[in-house]
Ligand binder design. Structure first.
Ligand SMILES: [Zn+2]
Length: 677
């Protein structure tokens, strides 16, 4: 057994998709990028796939740090990469599948949702772990050996679940260890500074199973994440080699993967160079999984009863005002955490019971079906195959969709426990809003499938969830988090009809989780058939479109009982942007920046309308990256709107955009007037 010195990268971003559509919302704060994932992909993920390093002869060669290290990448981030950065996902999978002895030597799996596992119910713990393993298998075509726990949240019950699912090791931090002992020795109490992290340890579980634990090096991990140790790859490698105590030991630096390139500019080059030096200068192995494959831990560790790496009080950060916080502002308090946890626990228990009871009418076993639902989420099974395997009798189309809607309700309940919701100082920020949206969709699906409505009692339980910074609480907070985002099938159909009127054959046949069929009728009437790809639920609408002056558009829609009008801003920014590009630049065009420029020059010679404002916001929120040309056009359009005193539009909606492009002063409005955008 030879010593190793290397890195573990924990790559993760909170899920950012709109649960109603499966599409990703833009975030003005990430400007000029579409959202933070896009920005971090440019700065870190894309950089870490292949780093150009100088050679001795003056040339450069590409180094792939991920195949020379250990990493985990959260399934929700994988899902985003699949859709928006397929170059990163393809490169990563190709590299990792080529690793000798298999992907599991360098990649650790992770639960499907970034939830604090010890806080989940026993059955949710099983699902979190099983669905995470399903995700790993779908990506790498093999079973995982290690599993990273969100926030390294752990207790004995959590390790038992991992062991039952065939996981043999996890990575923790020294703050989580209580005591250690040598074979046949006595327990010695340890501190983060005193524990010898150059060994692998095992936890002896009550079931008789053993779980291997490798601890990150406390001091060096801190100095890489929060200090400047990453600034010089040579120094970093030398420092790591120096602290390597004995012949068969390990030095593992554990930090968020985003440390390299995003939090620390050029950190990707620093860590790649350090890895190369550890191998070539110090002749060390750098891959944790390879080392563990030949290492049998001899020493035993006892962990604190329950712990996580970013809370000094166990796992209180995700359920009480323990004092651990990020993003604090003057006057903040953390008293909202406990009622938020209690409200979601209450919803999970009550909606979950109603859903399970209903599901039991259609499948052989509710629990077995839901444990298998991970294979649908990860694409291994189609929704139809899944129902066919679990149904207790032949189900009709409506019943089949009902089964899938119940499973989706459970999935959304699980996502509502995403830990980021409790991590920051204020519950009006986007991380908490997102879990409320998952809860909102779970409530809708529960209502549809069971006839039980838990929304009012749930909102009552949010009463004590208060945002000190925005001075909103309970129902108002809930409404603001969800109101602008709720999308129903009527809006999806209306958006499709508008797109068809403007784009013709270039209109999309799928949008997020919806498949769309267009059936033109007489005159301006079009029949829209929608199928939800997750639940297979079908809807049909009759639509009538009339295109007005400039960019205005009137959409009338009927489900064959009554007609109703849908406002432009309810069609969805992506649909509005496609309509505008088609009308300004011609059918088939995808020139968003050209459309922005034409809109800006148009607004110099006529009064802006509410629809122009909606269109400007939609066009600005569409590109993955807005170039200086697009940004200049946005500024011109904003100046044109601001220059007119007679404009009746509500300018507050434009503030976030004006702030992003640096002309907030033009509107004489402060940045703080918006919430959740
Ligand atoms: Zn704490």
């Amino acid at each position: 057994m030879s010593p190793i010195a290397g890195f573990h990268y924990h790559f993760y971003q909170p899920p950012r998709e709109d649960p109603w559509t499966g599409m990703f919302n833009h975030e003005w704060s990430a400007w000029p990028y579409h959202d933070w994932n896009e920005r971090i992909a440019a700065e870190c993920y894309r950089a870490m796939v292949a780093v150009a390093l100088p050679d001795e002869d003056g040339t450069t060669s590409l180094f792939e740090p991920l195949t020379q290290s250990s990493f985990d990448l959260g399934p929700t981030l994988h899902h985003w990469l699949d859709t928006y950065a397929p170059d990163v996902e393809h490169a990563l999978q190709r590299q990792v599948r080529d690793v000798s002895h298999g992907a599991s030597r360098v990649v650790m799996s992770a639960p499907l949702v970034h939830a604090i596992v010890p806080l989940a119910t026993p059955i949710d713990q099983e699902r979190l772990v099983q669905w995470g393993i399903d995700d790993f298998r779908a990506r790498y075509a093999e079973e995982p050996v290690g599993m990273w726990l969100p926030e390294t949240g752990v207790d004995v019950a959590t390790l038992e679940v991992l062991a039952r699912h065939g996981i043999s090791y996890t990575v923790l931090m020294p703050t989580q260890a209580h005591g250690v002992r040598a074979p046949r020795g006595t327990w010695t109490k340890v501190t983060p500074q005193s524990i010898d992290t150059s060994k692998a340890y095992f936890v002896a579980l009550p079931s008789g199973a053993r779980m291997t634990v490798v601890f990150g090096h406390y001091d060096l991990s801190q100095r890489v994440a929060f200090g400047d140790l990453i600034a010089d790859g040579n120094t970093l490698a030398d420092t790591m080699a120096n602290v390597l105590g004995h012949d068969d030991g390990v030095v593992l630096l554990v930090a968020d993967g985003e440390t390299y390139g995003h939090h620390h500019r050029f950190g990707d080059i620093g860590v790649a160079w350090a890895t190369k030096m550890l191998q070539e200068k110090h002749h060390l192995s750098t891959t944790l999984g390879e080392w563990l494959a030949t290492t049998e831990p001899t020493h035993e560790v006892q962990l604190h009863e329950v712990s996580a790496w970013s809370c000094a009080h166990g796992i209180e950060r995700w359920r009480s005002a323990c004092g651990c916080v990020t993003g604090e502002r003057e006057g903040f308090d953390l008293n909202w955490r406990a009622p938020l946890r209690a409200a979601l626990d209450w919803l999970r228990a009550n909606a979950g019971a109603a859903l399970d009871w209903e599901l039991g009418h259609h499948v052989t076993s509710s629990d077995a079906a839901l444990l298998d639902y991970g294979k649908v989420i990860t694409g291994e099974w189609s929704p139809g195959d899944f129902v066919a395997r679990h149904q207790s009798r032949d189900l009709n189309d409506d019943e089949r969709s009902r089964v899938l809607e119940i499973c989706e309700a459970h999935r959304n309940l699980m996502f509502s426990f995403t830990s980021c919701a409790w991590f920051f100082a204020d519950p009006a920020e986007i991380e908490t809003s997102i879990v409320l949206r998952y809860a909102a969709l779970a409530l809708e699906l529960t209502r549809r499938t069971t006839g039980r409505d838990f929304e009012s009692p749930f909102i009552e339980r949010l009463e004590l969830v208060r945002s000190a910074f925005y001075d909103v609480e309970g129902e108002t907070l809930w409404r603001r988090a969800c109101a602008d985002f709720r999308t129903d099938e009527v809006q999806i159909a209306a958006g499709a009809a508008a797109e068809y009127a403007a784009c013709g054959d270039f209109a999309r046949t799928s949008r997020g989780t919806w498949a769309i069929e267009y059936r033109p009728g007489d005159g301006a009437e079009v029949r829209i058939n929608l199928t939800n790809a997750l639940t297979l639920r079908k809807f049909t609408f009759l639509t009538h479109i009339s295109q007005g002056d400039n960019l205005s558009l009137h959409v009338d829609i009927s489900d064959t009982t009554m007609w109703r009008k849908v406002e432009l801003e309810r069609l969805g920014a992506d649909a509005v942007a496609r309509v505008a590009v088609a009308r300004l630049m011609g059918r088939g065009s995808s020139d968003v920046e050209g459309a922005l420029s034409l809109l800006a020059s148009d607004l110099l010679r006529r009064d802006a309308t509410r629809d122009d404002e909606v269109t400007l916001l939609a066009l600005a929120s569409t590109p993955r990256y807005v170039t200086p040309v697009g940004e200049a056009a946005i500024r011109r359009a904003l100046f044109a709107i601001a220059a007119r005193d007679d404009v009746a539009t509500d300018r507050s909606r434009l503030v976030a955009l004006a702030t992003a492009v640096g002309v907030a002063d033009t509107f004489n409005l402060s940045e703080a007037s918006g919430v959740n955008h």
